[in-house]
Design a binder for this molecule. Structure first.
Ligand code: ADP
Ligand code: MG
Length: 342
C-alpha cells in the first residue's frame, strides 16, 4: 500500500447525488438516517456513507468501516515494519510463518487471480516496482541485467500457501510481496461486511476512487457515481450502482518519470516492464476485491486480450480509455452499458 502522499491523489470516481432522507427504499425502514465522513486512510482519501435506522447507528457503521481500514492497514501495509506483509518480506527464503485469516485470504485470492490472468497479476512483483521507483529517482532506465535479475525473483507460484495452517512460505530468496493492487478492494469488502454488522442497511464506501455500493441510497435509487475523465477535468461517464463495486486503475496519477517519459506504476510481471497501453481501466464487479484485482489485470493485458478474457468472467464489466486528450479512444464490454446513466 502506498505511503502517505504529500498531496492526496484525486479520486477517479466521485459520488454524485445528495442523499435524500426518505421512507422509501433501502430496507424499507421508516425515516432512515444517513451519516457520511471523509478521512485519510492507506495513503489516500476515503469517504464512507452509511444509511441506517437512526443517526447513532449510521455513525457507528461509519466508524466500523474506518476500523476495518485500520485493521487491513495494520496487517498488510508495507510502509510499516510490524505488519504481516512486512514481516514476510523480511524473512529469508524457505522460512515461513502463520498469518491471520485476513492476510491469508488476500494472498490466496491473489494466487487465484494470478492463475486466472496467466501471471498478469502478481503480488510478488514488489522487487520490480522498487526497481522502477528507483529508476524514477535516478532518472535513468534500469539496465537489462538488473531487469532480468529482478524478473527472476518474481513469481506468484513461489509463494507457498497452506490453507489448513495458514502458513505462508517464501520459495525464493529476494521474494517481496506488494498487496497494493488488492488490499484496497479487500478493505472495501471488509468495511461493507462490518458496516452491515453494525446495523447499516445501505452504504457507499470509497477509498481513493475504488468503491463498493451496498444496497441503494436512502431514497431507494441506485448510488450515482461519476468516472473522472483521464485526460481532462470533469467526468467522462456516470454510473448507477446497486450492490456492486467499481475500481479504476491507470497511470494518470501514479507514475515514475524517467528521462522525461511517464512510466506506469503497474508492471507486467512477465516482462518486468511498466505497462504501456490503456491509461485508464474501470472495472465493475460483484465485490471490491474482484474489481480492484481485475482493474490491475486489465491494465496489464492488451484491450484485445482483455475483451476476450472478460467474456470468461461473469459479473465483470470493463471500460478502457486510452489515446490522448485530442483523440481519446475507448472500448467496453457489452454489459457495461447497463450501468451507464445520463
Ligand atoms: P491503483 O493504485 O491505481 O488503484 P492498482 O490497484 O492497479 O492501482 O494497484 C497498483 C499497485 O499494485 C502498484 O502500485 C504496485 O504496488 C502493485 N502492482 C503493480 N503491478 C502489479 C501487478 N502486475 N500485479 C499485482 N500488483 C501490481
Ligand atoms: Mg487494483
Amino acid at each position: 500500500m502506498p505511503a502517505m502522499h504529500a498531496s492526496l491523489p484525486h479520486s477517479t470516481l466521485t459520488f454524485l447525488a445528495c442523499i435524500v432522507l426518505s421512507t422509501a427504499g433501502c430496507g424499507k425502514q421508516p425515516q432512515p438516517a444517513t451519516a457520511r465522513q471523509a478521512r485519510e486512510v492507506m495513503g489516500t482519501l476515503a469517504e464512507v456513507t452509511a444509511v441506517a435506522a437512526d443517526q447513532t447507528t449510521a455513525r457507528a457503521a461509519v466508524e466500523a468501516a474506518y476500523a476495518a481500514f485500520e485493521q487491513v492497514n495494520s496487517l498488510m501495509s508495507d510502509y510499516r515494519d510490524d505488519t504481516e506483509i512486512s514481516r514476510l518480506n523480511a524473512l529469508p527464503a524457505g522460512e515461513s510463518f502463520v498469518v491471520s485469516p485476513e492476510t491469508f485470504f488476500v494472498l490466496q485470492r491473489s494466487a487465484e487471480v494470478s492463475q486466472a490472468s496467466g501471471g498478469a497479476f502478481d503480488v510478488t512483483c514488489r522487487p520490480l516496482v522498487s526497481l522502477w521507483k528507483q529508476a524514477g529517482k535516478d532518472n535513468r532506465l534500469p539496465d537489462q541485467a538488473a531487469l532480468s535479475n529482478t524478473v527472476a525473483v518474481v513469481g506468484w507460484d513461489n509463494l507457498k500457501l497452506d490453507p489448513q495452517s495458514r502458513r505462508v512460505t517464501k520459495g525464493v530468496a529476494g521474494m517481496q510481496i506488494d498487496v497494493g493492487a488488492i488490499a484496497k478492494g479487500y478493505a472495501l469488502d471488509l468495511a461493507a461486511e462490518r458496516m452491515k454488522a453494525a446495523g447499516a442497511t445501505c452504504a457507499l464506501i470509497d477509498v481513493g476512487g475504488d468503491l463498493v455500493a451496498v444496497g441503494t441510497q436512502a431514497n431507494g435509487g441506485p448510488w450515482r457515481i461519476g468516472v473522472q475523465h483521464p485526460f481532462q477535468s470533469g467526468l467522462i461517464i456516470k454510473l448507477a450502482l446497486t450492490d456492486c463495486a467499481v475500481a479504476t486503475s491507470g497511470n494518470q496519477q501514479r507514475f515514475n518519470l524517467i528521462e522525461g517519459r511517464r512510466y506506469s506504476h503497474i508492471v507486467d510481471p512477465r516482462t518486468g516492464r511498466p505497462v504501456q497501453q490503456a491509461p485508464s481501466v474501470t472495472v465493475i464487479a460483484p465485490d471490491g476485491i474482484t474489481a480492484d484485482t481485475w482493474a490491475t489485470v486489465f491494465s496489464v493485458l492488451s484491450v484485445q486480450e482483455g475483451l476476450a478474457k472478460a467474456k470468461e468472467l461473469p459479473g465483470i464489466e470493463v471500460l478502457w480509455i486510452w489515446g490522448d486528450a485530442d483523440q481519446p479512444q475507448s472500448a467496453k464490454t457489452p454489459g457495461f452499458d447497463h450501468y451507464i446513466t445520463p
